[in-house]
Design a protein around this ligand. Structure first.
Ligand code: AHR
Length: 638
């Protein structure tokens, strides 16, 4: 999403007198830009997967979301519904939904995740695991209808119902010319009265790359457009679980989706585990990103922890097996399982993270737990880099001292004012011979209170332009230090605007539509113009403009990334030292708006980057930055 500004206006902005000077010595790079600097952080939060990126449309598809009631399901045509523990689908799904149909046309409806996306000329694949009693043989009608049942968008009959469990499959096709809507539900009805049981019901629209059990196309496109180089998963808190028993048990997320038990997540709802370990790996692969695998390390959110020593050994083995699933040869136990799951090729893996935010473990057991994981992983996989989940932003007594982690994960949730204040010098004091830094979670909030404050409830899921300014200032700081800060990822990434537990989030969506926040576009401006050499920007005394600059050694292109936090325009004299010549015209990309300006589901592109050009008469030139703006100037130098 890019708009174009007329050349005249851009040029007019370029001739004013300068308030601030920026000097860049293009011939003296200060370091190498990490090629994997930009990545994505992900976990099941805000209906990020279920009701989000994971394209499944049926909510509570295995009838396990509530022990008492078939939530998100309702009766149609006078049927009676009840959960039935006496009729299990299989050992993973130990129950079903009993449907007593009293008249032809009776059945059930699923409301989806705040509706279902109906688009024209679209094929939806439905799978219904069903059985019946008393000779009821169907057929069943599977249809996509409006919520009130007055409009049918697509419908098909399915035969084969019997007294044994059957996986009945059917394709539903919508017509051309139909107006897209999320006012939809899935209905399964019987042509005759009788009793039937549903064990698992699934419905998929077309997915990214048409992968079965795949991902939502619009959201994947937005993620791919960020050019991420890595994917951190599966958390975050979601990795840890509230309790040890509800940790992310990766082995339970493998295999056919109707044989996955699912589990209670940490953000107030159950996960279907349709997004399992293999799906995460394929997701990374499909984006051209490498996985950064979070390993459960024996601490869960409510404070349970496993003492280092023999008690921790089974958890170490879980982690080693998980790594083997990712990279083991097909001759290994878990490599063979990966091959049986359809992916004989090992995935790339260089980084594993031991736990998540273990500074919350007040028993101070992390040093011992980390050491045990570190030693076991290094013994078996010496090439893997181990990330400590506690970084320098935490008090020294909490950090790992008994081993030298390869990487430290630091988390920064700060308001815009704090990021603007800390960004100019934050990483200057870091020891360049110390561990690499992975900023595994960060985000600016526009509010005076933090995201976890109750006052955040009710605010929009995505941030506004003010937050994007804080984000861009911090991004610039991380980029300037990207020889040290080798990886960074904003968090959280995704939020269903109808059901989120944390704000601000980078991308918002409902069942049908999606949009990027101003922060999304700020990150995109940086990530798509990365360069490979760090240039040291020197601003004149008292400058309020912040920024970073990089150069692409192959093409000679220089990317100057500038943040103007003031609500007024600021002119900037840019002095490029160490160049013989500079291209006469530079490309300019500007993200600007009032602090309160933002995007939303109904106004998805109110704040997007605008492309323009500016004349560069000489290596020293003046450019005027728009009020409250993030600007990238792209020049060709020799
Ligand atoms: O990003 C939201 C949460 O913030 C993550 O789950 C957790 O790691 C952090 O506290």
């Amino acid at each position: 999403m890019l708009r174009h500004l007329p050349l005249l206006l851009a040029t007019a902005l370029a001739v004013q007198a300068a308030d601030t000077t920026l000097t860049l010595d293009v011939a003296a790079p200060a370091g190498r830009v990490s090629p994997i600097h930009h990545g994505l952080m992900t976990e099941e939060i805000n209906h990020c997967y279920d009701g989000g990126l994971y394209a499944e449309l049926v909510r509570n598809r295995a009838f396990r979301d509530d022990a008492e009631k078939p939530v998100h399901w309702s009766a149609v045509g006078g049927a009676a519904l009840a959960l039935d523990a006496a009729v299990p689908l299989n050992s993973a799904i130990p129950g079903s939904l009993r449907v007593e149909v009293s008249a032809s046309g009776g059945g059930v409806a699923n409301e989806g995740y705040w509706g279902m996306p109906i688009t024209p000329a679209t094929r939806y694949r439905a799978t219904v695991h069903a059985k019946a009693a008393g000779g009821l043989a169907g057929p069943l009608t599977v249809s996509l209808q409006s919520k009130d049942g007055t409009v049918t968008y697509a419908s098909a009959e399915v035969r084969g119902l019997s007294a044994d469990w059957q996986a009945l499959e059917v394709t539903l096709k919508t017509k051309r010319g139909l107006t897209p809507t999320s006012d939809a539900r899935l209905v399964i009805s019987s042509s005759a009265p009788g009793t039937l049981w549903l064990g698992f019901v699934s419905l998929f629209p077309p997915t990214w790359k048409d992968r079965p059990n795949g991902l939502r196309r619009d959201l994947m496109q937005m993620l791919v457009d960020l050019k991420p180089k890595f994917l951190r998963f599966p958390g975050g808190n979601y990795l840890e679980g509230d309790t040890i028993d509800t940790r992310f048990k990766w082995w339970e997320t493998l295999g056919p989706i109707h044989e996955r038990p699912g589990h209670m997540g940490t953000w107030g709802y159950r996960s279907s585990d349709g997004m399992g370990l293999l799906e995460f790996l394929l997701w990374a692969q499909d984006m051209g990103a490498e996985p950064v695998l979070g390993l459960y390390a024996g601490y869960s959110l409510k404070g349970d922890y496993v003492k280092p020593g023999p008690d921790l050994e089974p958890f170490i083995q879980e982690a080693l097996d998980e790594i083997e699933y990712v990279i083991g040869p097909v001759t290994s136990k878990w490599g063979a399982r990966r091959a049986a799951d359809g992916h004989p090729e090992p995935f790339p893996l260089r980084y594993v993270e031991i736990g998540n935010e273990d500074w919350f473990d007040k028993s101070l057991s992390y040093d011992g737990r980390y050491a045990q994981f570190h030693d076991a992983i290094k013994a078996r996989y010496p090439h893997l880099k181990c990330i400590s989940s506690i970084g320098n932003e935490q008090p020294a007594r909490l950090r790992v001292h008994s081993r030298r982690p390869d990487v430290l994960d630091e988390h920064y949730y700060r308001n815009t004012e704090a990021f603007l204040k800390m960004s100019p010098h934050h990483f200057d004091a870091y020891d360049r011979s110390g561990p690499e830094i992975f900023v595994g979670e960060w985000a600016a909030h526009e509010t005076a209170f933090p995201p976890w404050d109750a006052k955040s409830k009710g605010l929009p899921a995505t941030p506004n332009m003010k937050a994007a300014i804080g984000d861009a200032a911090f991004l610039a700081a991380m980029e300037r230090a990207s020889d040290l800060v080798t990886m960074q990822c904003y968090a959280p990434l995704l939020a269903n605007i109808n059901g989120y537990q944390w704000r601000p989030d980078l991308i918002g969506y409902d069942a049908l539509r999606s949009f990027g926040s101003p922060s999304y576009y700020a990150i995109q401006l940086f990530s798509t113009r990365l360069g490979d050499q760090i240039l040291r920007p020197v601003f004149s005394e008292g400058a309020t403009i912040q920024g970073s600059a990089t150069r692409d050694a192959k093409t000679g292109r220089v990317f100057v990334k500038l943040v103007n936090p003031l609500p007024s325009a600021q002119s900037l004299r840019i002095e490029l030292a160490g160049v013989r010549s500079v291209s006469r015209t530079a490309k300019v990309f500007t993200l600007a708006g009032a602090e309160t300006a933002t995007n939303s589901i109904d106004a998805p592109t109110a704040v997007v980057p605008v492309a323009s050009t500016t004349r560069v008469p000489a290596p020293t030139f003046t450019y005027t930055l728009a009020p409250t703006s993030i600007t990238v100037i792209e020049l060709k130098t020799r």
